[in-house]
Structures are given as structure tokens and as C-alpha cells.
Design a protein around this ligand. Structure first.
Ligand SMILES: [Zn+2]
Length: 209
């Protein structure tokens, strides 16, 4: 029942993201971790808008396919993140338009790409480190993601897109949407004099340890 409801949630969130233009074609992928550490992941070449519950890939934490279609090749970095972040139960990876545009800019601050100018971005996304460009699906990309995942729950992949994670699929999806909207605002504000949040304002938004 629990696994069925997570499969259903993947289909519903995928359809919602796709129908609102956060992803197109067969780009993007998502996964969730079950209680026993097995992973449900979107199959290779599938569209987030047309996922079929029974065909979703079920893989072990080591990447062995247990049932369903073959997972996307990017599933390998999902597994790296799950291994690095025990509390992470869901991952969303999108090539959404404004986030991808942001990822193509030169001279980004690699340790934290976007200086906060809205509170929700601070609460749901930041900090956002940059992973330098590597060929999609390459071992170098996967190991760069694995080492960054030790420190941060969300990241931007240069010339590619973003990865957001959460304790639930809803949390990872919310972070992906917040990041896309923030990137859109960043471009809308381009050339304008932005009042960034002050360090004190940012600190009071961060969850208390
Ligand atoms: Zn990708």
C-alpha cells in the first residue's frame, strides 16, 4: 500500500510538473526511497508527464534493477545522493527553462549561485552550490554530485539543470518549483537595483539547529 501510494505520487507530481511546463519531452527524472532502502525511479526515456505506475523502475541502493523498466542513466546520481544523505527520501532533477538558463551563465559563485532576495528561496532552497560542467551520465559528474551531496541538499549543474532533494517527494518538488520561480525572478530583475536580504534577515529564516 505504502509503495503503491508512492508510485501514485510520482505519477501525479510528474504530470503536474510536466503540464505546467517545468519539464518537457523526456527530460528530467525523479525518485523516492522506500523504508527498506529500495528506490523507485523514473524509467529511461520516459516523460514525467506520462509515467505509468507499473513501469516505474524499482532498484536496490546498489543500482540492481528489481522490477519495472530500466531506470534513466541519471538514476546513478540519485543513488549517490541517497547514500550520502540518509535523511533524503526523494530527488527531483529538472532541466526547467530559467534554472537551465541560469546554469549557462559564466562567472557564477560556485559555493552559492544565487544571493537571496526572497524569504521562501532561503527557506526552501538555499544554499545552492554549482557543479562544474561534465558530460551528462558521466562518472565525473556522478562523483562531483556525490561529494557535494555530503554538504548540500540542492545543487545546480552547469549548462544542464538542477537537483533538489527532500525528506518527501512533495518537499523535493516544492524546492524545484521555488528554485525555478526564483531563477525567473533573477532574470526579470536583471539590470535592476535589487534589495538583497541582509545577513541578519537570512539567518532568522534558517531552521534552528
Ligand atoms: Zn539531466
Amino acid at each position: 500500500m505504502y509503495e503503491t501510494s508512492l508510485r501514485m505520487a510520482m505519477v501525479e507530481f510528474g504530470d503536474s510538473l510536466f503540464s505546467r511546463g517545468y519539464t518537457s519531452g523526456s527530460s528530467g527524472n525523479m525518485s523516492v526511497r522506500l523504508d527498506d532502502n529500495r528506490i523507485l525511479a523514473t524509467p529511461t526515456n520516459s516523460s514525467l508527464g506520462r509515467l505509468v505506475q507499473e513501469r516505474i523502475s524499482l532498484v536496490s541502493i546498489d543500482g540492481e534493477l528489481l522490477s519495472g523498466d530500466k531506470p534513466s542513466k541519471e538514476c546513478a546520481f540519485h543513488l549517490e545522493i541517497y547514500r550520502a544523505r540518509p535523511k533524503c527520501n526523494a530527488i527531483v532533477h529538472l532541466h526547467s527553462t530559467y534554472v537551465t538558463a541560469l546554469s549557462c551563465l559564466k562567472g557564477l559563485n560556485e559555493s552559492d549561485v544565487l544571493r537571496p532576495f526572497t524569504p521562501y528561496y532561503v527557506m526552501k532552497v538555499s544554499p545552492l552550490p554549482l557543479i562544474r560542467y561534465f558530460k551528462p551520465g558521466s562518472k565525473q559528474l556522478f562523483s562531483a554530485i556525490a561529494s557535494q551531496a555530503q554538504h548540500c541538499s540542492n545543487m545546480l549543474l552547469a549548462n544542464h539543470g538542477a537537483i533538489t532533494t527532500g525528506e518527501s517527494l512533495e518537499q523535493a518538488v516544492n524546492a524545484a518549483e521555488e528554485l525555478e520561480e526564483t531563477a525567473k525572478l533573477f532574470f526579470l530583475l536583471s539590470g535592476r537595483d535589487i534589495r538583497y536580504l541582509t545577513e541578519t534577515e537570512i539567518q532568522e529564516l534558517r531552521p534552528r539547529a
